[in-house]
Design a protein around this ligand. Structure first.
Ligand SMILES: C[S@@+](CC[C@H](N)C(=O)[O-])C[C@H]1O[C@@H](n2cnc3c(N)ncnc32)[C@H](O)[C@@H]1O
Length: 232
């Protein structure tokens, strides 16, 4: 009988071994209560994330959570929600977990996983909403953007009817293209949009991300914002 080989740590992240690794890769292990990187473990929680959080509170997903300021701010503001944040970069994940531990949060989890893989570890209707803040606009290569038709096919499966996708961007064309994209997607409706979030009625409730802080303070850039609701 063949025995299952135990995975080398790097195999969680790469196809082939590398000569050198980012030191933060190894350091993800310092925060097992805040960071998950094993795909099989993530997948084993599919349909059972409420059991993982040990409550029945609604679950929100964030794609590309950076250094975690938004996830942490939302978890502090809404302690009766659970927040699963997906990010690829090791140092940003490590920093997110370090801050979450300092604040003693128990409603956040950071996954080292591609946003495109959500259906592998989230079951039908398991989430209440999704946040995408300042994703790469892929200028000149727009087909690579995360906000495209396939994202809505994913939301068709994993998000409850009535749930919302919340999108912030400094990139004016990404904002306009998303408004246009939604005209062709029937079961979703734009329920709010503004090209200047910080001058809008939504400003009071807004939780800042790292990029947002930078664009606002350093570049004095307007921030675009869209709320999209799943209507059937
Ligand atoms: C421009 S940064 C924005 C970070 C943060 N949301 C903010 O507003 O400050 C985009 C982040 O998305 C992450 N990212 C890019 N592609 C991703 C993917 N396919 N899945 C998950 N995260 C991704 C990047 O590593 C990066 O940290």
């Amino acid at each position: 009988m063949s025995e299952t080989r135990v995975k080398e740590y790097w195999e969680h992240f790469f196809e082939k071994p590398k000569k050198q690794y980012n030191p933060y890769m190894e350091r993800l292990k310092e925060y097992p209560e805040y960071i998950m990187y094993d795909k099989d473990i993530m997948d084993s929680h599919k349909g059972k994330w409420n059991e993982y959080f040990k409550n029945e509170n609604p679950i929100y997903i964030e794609i590309g959570s950076g250094s975690g300021n938004f996830a942490i701010g939302m978890c502090q503001k809404y302690p009766n929600r659970n927040h699963i944040a997906m990010e690829l970069r090791f140092k940003r994940l490590h920093s997110s977990a370090r801050k979450s531990k300092n604040y003693g949060l128990n409603n956040v989890l950071f996954l080292r996983r591609f946003g495109e893989e959500i259906t592998e570890f989230v079951a039908e209707n398991e989430i209440e909403g999704m946040y995408i803040n300042f994703p790469d606009p892929w200028e000149g290569n727009e087909k690579n953007r995360i906000i495209q038709k396939p994202l809505f096919d994913t939301l068709d499966k994993v998000m409850k009817v009535g749930g919302k996708l919340f999108f912030k961007t400094d990139h004016d064309q990404y904002y306009l293209d998303t408004l246009e994209l939604l005209k062709g997607i029937d079961n979703y409706e734009i329920v709010y949009h503004t090209s200047d979030l910080h001058k809008s009625e939504k400003a009071v409730d807004n939780v800042l991300t790292e990029f947002e802080q930078l664009f606002l303070n350093k570049f004095k850039k307007n921030i675009n914002y869209i709320e999209i609701q799943k209507i059937k």
